[in-house]
Design a binder for this molecule. Structure first.
Ligand code: NAP
Length: 243
């Protein structure tokens, strides 16, 4: 089985690649972090699977099309795509400039669309598309560009499930709450800066440990292994959606 994971040089994407490595060949997409991506390739190969690093900015549709061709050439097939590449550039709505808004939407939503559009013609008829969304996609956050981009992924998930689901392709999303990664550090700094108090009562109800990239990765594996989940947004947030 072969999988493309976008934004797999670190964080959640890296954890997904390593979790799937035991029984999948993996294409590791990255934008800038070539050395980190090479480290993930090495870790995947240490399990006996094949890995390739493929550079492409997901905002660039021509680069994305070329990347998908490279992946299919090098791995021989494509069974699943995990759309994980994403950024947060948080600010309150009135402080968000055009460039910032566009960068977030183009990376998190348009980029995921470009990758999926390019991959679908090559995808195994029983293949999977998984989007890494966020709890902000359903509940909103104090960061409108990020929440809007993730809400867009939910529309994309359900629409593609309708369009391609009866052919056997499964399309689902995973919506984590805060996960301990570099990105979460940026978000926490911002929440501190705007003196956001929305999480104060939530923390006492959550599991005693912070959500790790591996918790998200296990959920992606579950979706790839299960044939009967279609068009779902799977929360991985310890119950945060009930607070
Ligand atoms: P991260 O540690 O910041 O890693 C982001 C990854 O995305 C990096 O590999 C980066 O590649 C890649 N990337 C960014 N822009 C890209 C572009 N234009 N083209 C290709 N790759 C690009 O982030 P993370 O926390 O693991 O987040 C991964 C996903 O989970 C994101 O979609 C995020 O929204 C979602 N998520 C995260 C959290 C959280 O709390 N951490 C919660 C919910 C959802 P380079 O290193 O090469 O730049």
């Amino acid at each position: 089985m072969t999988v493309l994971v976008t934004g797999a040089s670190r964080g959640i994407g890296r954890a997904v690649a390593l979790d799937l490595a035991a029984d999948h060949d993996i294409a590791i997409n990255y934008r800038n972090a070539a050395d980190a991506a090479a480290g993930v390739v090495e870790a995947v190969e240490a399990t006996g699977s094949t890995a390739v690093a493929v550079q492409a900015d997901v905002r660039d549709s021509a680069a994305v099309d070329a990347m998908i061709e490279t992946v299919v050439d090098e791995l021989g097939s494509l069974d699943a795509v995990v759309n994980n590449a994403g950024i947060a550039d948080p600010s309150l709505a009135t402080d968000t400039d055009d460039a910032q808004w566009n960068r977030v939407l183009e990376t998190n939503l348009t980029g995921a669309f470009y990758v999926t559009r390019a991959a679908l013609p090559f995808l195994d008829p029983d293949g999977d598309v998984v989007f890494i969304s966020s709890i902000g996609g359903t509940g909103g956050t104090v960061d409108a560009s990020y929440a809007a981009s993730k809400a867009g992924l939910h529309g994309l998930t359900r629409s593609l499930a309708r369009e391609y689901g009866d052919g056997g392709i499964q399309v689902n999303a995973v919506a984590p709450g805060p996960v301990e990664t570099e990105m979460n550090g940026v978000i926490l700094e911002y929440l501190e800066e705007i003196d956001f108090r929305g999480h104060e009562n939530i923390d006492t109800h959550l599991p005693a440990y912070a959500c790790q990239p591996e918790d998200v990765a296990h959920t992606v594996r579950y979706l790839l292994e299960n044939e009967y989940i279609q068009g779902e947004i799977v929360n991985v947030n310890g119950g945060m959606q009930f607070q």
